[in-house]
Design a protein around this ligand. Sequence first.
Ligand code: CP
Length: 349
Amino acid sequence: MLNCAKQPVNLIFHGSSPKVFRPIRFLVGHFLIIFAKLSYTDAMTKLSVRHLLGIKNLNENDIHTILDTATQFKEVINRPIKKVPSLRDITIANVFFENSTRTRLSFELAEKRLSADVVNFSASGSSVKKGETLLDTVNNILAMKVDMIVMRHSSPGAPHYLSSRIPANVINAGDGTHEHPTQALLDAFSMREKLGDLAGKKIAIIGDILHSRVALSNIFCLQKLGAEVMVCGPSTLIPKYLADLGVKIGHNVKEALQWCDVANVLRIQLERQQIKYFPSLREYSLYFGITKAMLDELDKDIVLMHPGPINRGVELSSDAADSSHSIILNQVENGVAVRMAALYLLAQQ
Ligand code: CP
């Protein structure tokens, strides 16, 4: 890859070519330019980590490196030929012990766009149901010559546990209520695309903070990029330790919307709640739900985000989710480029 990329494009495709070959020449030429750019990135930048376990473990330079590399991959996936051979001969297993739509498909597409070989594992329907341990399951997958593991698990710390016991790179695709690093990176990428440099920008994270891995990863990521962060929700859904992380804490959603440049709204994670944290979903929606009218009333532009899945009519009305303030589907689009960047950079380690 590197040798090929270092060849100037016009040396490989010198002179005139028959008309019929020109579209091929155009596509391959542009392909090599992107290739060369990515090789340049490779030479210039390395991550400080071997695994992507959480944003807490990344430094500011790592985050900028991933976001800048993702900008180049976004260019790639918007071209007619969306594939580059960067991870050819690398095999990646997506090991999901919890449900997922966006993260799982996004990782799989990212891997395929990078020409990796991909296998998918779901705990449901696997031998985990017969009592096999996490480590045995993953070691059996690795015995089939797999190089990288992307894992979602309901237990906080599960990817950290694995990373110290296996030779492969591990990417955390969400571990319980702990971290979801690639979600925070794609959120930061989407905010940066909309607002530019995030230093000094005000981001409100609104909803069920207590049970959200997206909240913690977003807080770490945004603070490392110099943004101000507020969390807003019922006091029962905001853990007390957040005050020690230097975030503002609010309980009034209208005040939060008035304060922020970006509202990143989280769903109520009923599947993780063992007790009642508020009287009813109807009451939650009444006090903390966001409607388009609330966004339109503001005397400024506001960016509305949500990591998905949305519970329409609970944390967001349908007209807010589908409004011009919303960049929710841009987040999903950007997820593929950001995950390509994370996979590509980790594979260089
Ligand atoms: N945002 C997110 O993690 O969505 P999924 O649970 O569908 O992967």
